[in-house]
Design a protein around this ligand. Structure first.
Ligand code: SF4
Ligand code: SF4
Length: 438
C-alpha cells in the first residue's frame, strides 16, 4: 500500500496527536491485574497484519493536522512481533508523515514489559529512537506480587539507561505496594528511574484486586512529594504530580484542554486507539474496557457513527455536579474516562485523594514553592542541553525524545490546545449537567 492512498474516511482526525497501536493482544506474561490475553502469538487474529497497520497509518497520519505525532506500539506485548515487521511498519509511518506537510515531528514509542529485549531489538530501539515505556511496581520482590519477571525488567531498564535510551516506568500503587510505600519510594529514588505512579484500577484479570482507599492514595502522593523535597531526584514525582504542583502554584489551568487529565479528556479527539483487528477506539484504555468502539480502519464506512459514539463515551453524569463548586478542581486530574465511566468507587477514590492533596498544598506552601523552583531550574538546564546536543534524527526533522510511556507522559505531549469543542449534550433533553467545566 502507498502511504496516502485509501478510501477517504468520514471522520475528522485533524487533531490527532497520538495513536496507540495495539499490535497484539498476546503477552508472554500473565500479570494478575492486567487485561491482556495470554493467547499464543501465532493464533489467528492475535497480531495486527501489516495491511491493517498501513491502513491505520494512512488514515491517521494522513488525516492529522497536528505538527507533532506520537505513534505508540502497544499490546499485549509488542516485542512478540518480529523485528522486520517493525522496520516495515515504522518506515511506512515515516513515509506517511513526510507526505503530510503539517507534521514536523514524528515520535515512535513502544510500551513493553521488557522481558524480550534482545540485542537485535535494542538495535531497533536505537535506530528509530523508539521511546520505551515499561511497568515495574517497585523492588522486584514487591513488584512480582501482581506482576512477573521484576528482576529481568529492572536489569533491562538499567541496560537501556546505559545505552542512552532510558525508558519511562509506570508503577502501580495497590494494596501490596501501599503497605511498603517507603521502600517503594526509596527504591525508585535510588535507582533514578523516571517513574509515574498510578492507582491500580479494577480491570481484566484484576477485577477482584482490592481497591485502595482515597486516604491511601493521598498518603502515597504525599510521601512522593516529601521524598522529592529531601532528595536530589525529582523524577519520582512523575508528570502527574508535577502538573498538579504547577496548577496549584500558578493558580491557573486551561480547563478546556483535551488531554488525558482534562475534565473532558482527549480520547477520540487528540488521541486514538487501534487494536490488532483494526478496530478503532477512543483510546488504548477504552480498548481494555471494551468501551465505545468507533469503527474499523479496514472499512472506513464503519466509522459513520464516530461522533455520536464518542459523544456518549464522554458524556458526564450527575456525579460530576460536585466538581463545579470544588476548590480542588484546580489540581484535579479527573480520573480516566474509560475506567471511571462505570466505576463510581474509582471516582470516589481519586476524588478524595485529590481533595486531600489540595489541602496539603495549602498547608505546605513552602514545599510547593521549593519543588516548583527546582523543577524550573531543571527544565532550563535540560533545554540548554538539548540545544547543545542538536539531535540529528534518522528521519524527520526535530525528532527528539522524551518518553511516551504513560498516560501522564501522553498528557504532556497532548498539552497543545485542542480545537474541537468540548462534547455537549445533544439538546434533545434538558442538560442534566454541564458537560464542560470552563
Ligand atoms: S476533586 Fe472531586 S469534586 Fe473536585 S473536581 Fe476533582 S473529581 Fe470533582
Ligand atoms: S482519561 Fe482515560 S480514556 Fe481519556 S485519554 Fe486518558 S486514558 Fe484515555
Amino acid at each position: 500500500m502507498q502511504p496516502g492512498v485509501h478510501n477517504k474516511p468520514t471522520v475528522d482526525f485533524r487533531q490527532i496527536r497520538m495513536v496507540i497501536a495495539k499490535v497484539t493482544s498476546s503477552c508472554n506474561l500473565r500479570c494478575r491485574y492486567c487485561c491482556a490475553d495470554a493467547i499464543p502469538v501465532t493464533q489467528p487474529g492475535a497480531t495486527m497484519t501489516m495491511e491493517t497497520h498501513q491502513r491505520a497509518a494512512t488514515m491517521l497520519i494522513g488525516g492529522t493536522e497536528s505538527d507533532e505525532l506520537q505513534w505508540i506500539f502497544h499490546g499485549g506485548e509488542p516485542m512478540l512481533l518480529p523485528i522486520p515487521w517493525y522496520e516495515e511498519a515504522i518506515e511506512f509511518c515515516i513515509t506517511a508523515a513526510e507526505a503530510n506537510p503539517r507534521i514536523r515531528r514524528l515520535t515512535i514509542g513502544m510500551q513493553s514489559n521488557l522481558t524480550r529485549l534482545t540485542p537485535e531489538y535494542l538495535q531497533l530501539v536505537k535506530k528509530y529512537r523508539i521511546q520505551i515505556g515499561t511497568s515495574l511496581d517497585g523492588p522486584p520482590r514487591l513488584s512480582d506480587v501482581y506482576r512477573q519477571a521484576g528482576k529481568r525488567v529492572e536489569e533491562t531498564i538499567e541496560l537501556l539507561m546505559r545505552e542512552d535510551a532510558p525508558p519511562g516506568v509506570i508503577a502501580q500503587i495497590n494494596k501490596n505496594t501501599i503497605a511498603h510505600m517507603d521502600e517503594v519510594v526509596d527504591y525508585f529514588d535510588k535507582k533514578g528511574f523516571a517513574v509515574m505512579f498510578n492507582a491500580t484500577c479494577p480491570t481484566g484479570r484484576g477485577m477482584n484486586v482490592e481497591n485502595l482507599t482515597g486516604e491511601e492514595l493521598y498518603n502515597a502522593k504525599r510521601k512522593l512529594l516529601e521524598r522529592a523535597d529531601q532528595s536530589a531526584n525529582l523524577r519520582i514525582l512523575g508528570p502527574d504530580l508535577l502538573r498538579q504542583l504547577f496548577f496549584f502554584h500558578t493558580g491557573q489551568r486551561d480547563m478546556a484542554e483535551r488531554n488525558c487529565h482534562g475534565y473532558n479528556c482527549g480520547a477520540g479527539v487528540t488521541l486514538i486507539g487501534v487494536d490488532p483487528n483494526g478496530d478503532v477506539w477512543p483510546c488504548g484504555r477504552s480498548t481494555d474496557a471494551d468501551m465505545s468502539k468507533l469503527g474499523n480502519v479496514n472499512d472506513p464506512g464503519s466509522l459513520r457513527s464516530y461522533e455520536s459514539t464518542l459523544r456518549s463515551f464522554h458524556e458526564k453524569d450527575l456525579w460530576y455536579l460536585r466538581c463545579f463548586g470544588c476548590a480542588a478542581k484546580l489540581i484535579c486530574l479527573f480520573g480516566c474516562t474509560a475506567f471511571d465511566k462505570d466505576s463510581i468507587s474509582t471516582r470516589e477514590i481519586e476524588c478524595l485523594a485529590t481533595r486531600l492533596l489540595h489541602q496539603y498544598f495549602w498547608s505546605h506552601p513552602e514545599l510547593v514553592e521549593r519543588l516548583v523552583a527546582r523543577f524550573q531550574t531543571h527544565m532550563e538546564k535540560t533545554a540548554a542541553e538539548v540545544r547543545e546536543k542538536k539531535h540529528a534524527p534518522p528521519f524527520l526533522p526535530m525528532h527528539t525524545g522524551h518518553h511516551p510511556c504513560s498516560s501522564a507522559a501522553t498528557a504532556m505531549v497532548l498539552s497543545a490546545q485542542a480545537r474541537l469543542h468540548p462534547i455537549q449534550p445533544d439538546g434533545t433533553e434538558p442538560a442534566r449537567i454541564p458537560q464542560t467545566i470552563e
